[in-house]
Design a protein around this ligand. Sequence first.
Ligand code: NAP
Length: 317
Amino acid sequence: MKKILVTRKLLRSNEDKLKSLYDVKLNLNDELYSQDKLIELSKGCDGILSALTDKLDDQTISKLPESIKILSNFAVGFGNIDLEAAKKRNIAVTNTPEVLTDATAEIGILLILGACRRAAEGIEGAKASNWKWSADYLIGKQLTGTRLGILGMGRIGQKIAKIARSLGMIIHYHNRSKLNDEKENGAIYHEKLDSLLSVSDVLSVCCPASKETINLINKEALEKLPQGAVVTNVARGDIVDDEALIDALDRRKVYAVGLDVYKGEPNLNPGYTKHKSAFILPHLGSATKETRTAMANLAIDNMTEFFETGGCKNKVN
Ligand code: NAP
């Protein structure tokens, strides 16, 4: 029986499935393992079921025991793993696409609504019972008729586009490659990011974190947005330059932000926590029971496929 290290606590049904298939080392207290501890615990294991909180960089991967053949990441994103380093060691890396698209797109829409309609201020006012209805109390931005710019029109971006379209938003997007008509579904393609930014009354960041996208939304990019645009990020914190975004909020260049992800999670930049126009969530994208169950099942199935065939349809390196 193959031996597996599972770095984070999973839902009970997923842990039961793992126990029925593998000799598993579970993390019952959901401790955040240091890199050294992860290396130590992986001794004698054939694979690791990792999570986005595990920083599997070059150094860590080079110290993993020879017996490790697969890193099955419990996420669609894999910015936490150095794919090249894994490849050099002949370790397969897999992810969990598709199953989290709907739940994450729901949070993407919540970020747009929360930021545009001043939900953070509204919740504070309602809880403090210090509000008074008036014709101009907490006036926000209406979505109907507003242009939504999607940076990264993949699975999640397309689902956000579908819901936003039903809310009356006009969809623009930028990818490195143009989608076919069916996937575009009437959305307007921008070959250049700057062109997308110039029409984005609301920006939704949905692309992966990669060497190309780190700090892509920086000071220069933010200046290209229309005055008073709204910036939302449901993808990864690394894509946004926090200082530049907080400065743009302070200057009212950016009207509001809606964020689910941050650099250095869980320690987000205090500039966001202080800002009344920041609608912020603690990385809730895939956090529904259905989705987390499906993600862990897929991460387990990816391992099984790999051990049985030597390959896996969700291999990313
Ligand atoms: P996907 O289907 O692979 O879509 C990614 C899109 O980004 C593609 O359309 C791709 O198009 C585009 N893209 C990639 N690199 C780009 C670049 N350098 N410039 C412009 N566009 C680029 O991925 P997905 O399933 O939608 O997931 C997207 C990301 O969401 C994940 O990588 C993950 O980090 C994040 N996520 C967050 C949560 C959460 O909890 N908040 C949950 C799930 C996922 P081209 O290849 O044509 O450029």
